[in-house]
Every structure is written in C-alpha cells, then in structure tokens.
Design a protein around this ligand. Sequence first.
Ligand code: PBG
Length: 331
Amino acid sequence: MQSPAPYPAARMRRLRRTRALREMVQENGLSAGDLIWPVFIRDGDGVEEPIASLPGVNRLSLDRLLPAAERALVLGIPAICLFPYTAQELRTEDCAEAWNPDNLTNRAIRMLKAELPELMVMTDIALDPYNANGHDGFVVDGQIVNDETVEALVKMGLAQADAGADILGPSDMMDGRIGALRSALEAAGHADVAILSYAAKFASGFYGPFRDAVGAGTRLVGDKATYQINPANREEALACVARDLSEGADMVMVKPGMPYLDICRAVKDRFARPTFAYQVSGEYAMLMAAAQNGWLDGDKVMLESLMSFKRAGCDGVLTYFAPRVAEALRK
Ligand code: PBG
C-alpha cells in the first residue's frame, strides 16, 4: 500500500470538502439488494402482534405477510426469511410439527411463491420453534443429541424445499447437517435449492428478543453452549465455515453481526465465498431503544451499522431494519 505523501502535500481533508467529492471516493456501498428481511409469522387472520422487546417488529398472520412481502419486493429487497411463532399445543418433545408439510412456515412459503415468485424465500432450519424445551435439537436425558437431530432437520429442510423455499438456513449448529441436507436435496430432485449456512453462530446473549418473538425464551432449559460457538473463539468459527463450505453450503453466515465484524472480515478474506451477517434481534433492540430515548439518531446509526458489514466484507445482511433501510436509501 502506497502511504500518503507527508503533510502538506497530502491533506486528507481535500477529498472530504464537498459531498460530491466524498461520494466520488466512497469505498463501500449499501443498497436494498444487500438485505434479507427476517419476518415473524403466526396463525390467525388480520393479526399484527407487536413484540415488546423488538419495537416496530410484529408477528404477522399470513394475510398480513403478503402485503409486507410485496412492499419488500417493491423496495428492492431480494429475500425474506420466515420465522414461525408456533401454537403452544404444537410444541412437543418429538418436534413433529417441524416437518409437517402443512405447518405454518410451509403454508407461508407456498403462498409467497404463488403470489410473488420473484421474491426469494429463505427459511430457518432448527427445532426450537417446535420444541417443548426451546432447544434447537432433541433433548434426551438432558443432552442435546446430534445425529438424531440431523435426521429431523433433513426432514424439516426437505419439507421446506418441497413447499418451494429458495434458500434453506440451517441455524442449529449440529455437526454434519450441511452434508446430510445437501445429499438429501440432491436425491429428492432439489438440486437448485441453496443453503445459507449459519456457519459461525456464537452462543450469544444478543438473541434474547428473538426468543421472545418465537416464544422459545421462557421454555429454554439451560443454554445453547454445547452447540453454539464460544464467543472467545475465532479459529473455531473459521473451522466451522470451512467445514460447512466443504459439505456443500453455497453461502455462509456470521451471527451475531456487530460484535463479530472481525469474524466477517476473516471469513471473506480466507474463503472468498458469499458471506452474510445476521444483525440479530439484540443488536436491533439496542439501537431502537437508544433511538426511542432520543439518545441516538435512529436512521443514522441504522445505516452506519449496516455499512459496517459491507466494510467488513459481507455481501449482505439479515436485518429487521430491512424495509426501513430500503426506504431511507431511496431518499
Ligand atoms: C434459532 C435461531 C435463533 C436466531 C435465529 N435462528 C436463536 C437462537 O439460536 O437461540 C436468532 C436471531 C436473532 O436473535 O435475531 N435456531
């Protein structure tokens, strides 16, 4: 890298003088096309149910999901990601609702692909919205069992692919899930269904509001430290990304986002594959809470936080701010 000439030959402020000059030399860009919008869905009709810990985010019944998805498409957002709030009686220890072809998520996928085929539909693969105890895997004698869970996750993913999902997002952190899912998809004639692996997913405190949103928080017995990555570990996260890519993941994700930008940069530099970050519920909640108190300028920090992902090498970001960002970028 050529270092700048000594002052006063180089004055860094010369190129910051006007807006036009600043735009000419801007290194990274943020556009609606970089965004994936996570949406919470629930049963019912005409329902838009607020989530206290996620101001501005609602659980939507399917009739309300459709206009919201249409708005996202019009705003240039390429994909939405569905997260179900499962009815209480369907949360069981065997998690059978997860692979029911007519469960809420699969009905939502069919509706969206019929009405808005250009909008990419992403799903989440993990048992937590269906599990009586809030875990991403089956619990046997207090342990989260790996291989039995992988079999269930494959059934869940196949049902989503059958319903028409474009992108599957395994978020469970079991070992071997990507390879098992990829070969099952091939065998079932779903060769073109993409996998965006939650590859570097840390055992984070920032998922709290999400667990409220899907109703898994109060049920969770213990924590997820036996399957999600220790926040202190960078090399382990990179090993998980390498492993998932080698098993057939098309895209990889780092999650949470802002506290893990170093991981985003390392993943992009080392693997040079499509890399996403998830700006998770707790990150959204922090910014919204401060903005609601008048302590931060909400739009400004929203856009700045998203630009940080682009600067860190991400190709795109899952964010609850997606429609608001797309609207702000239009102005
Ligand atoms: C479930 C899942 C979680 C998130 C996405 N999928 C929560 C968890 O692992 O406990 C978190 C998303 C967010 O916090 O916004 N496997």
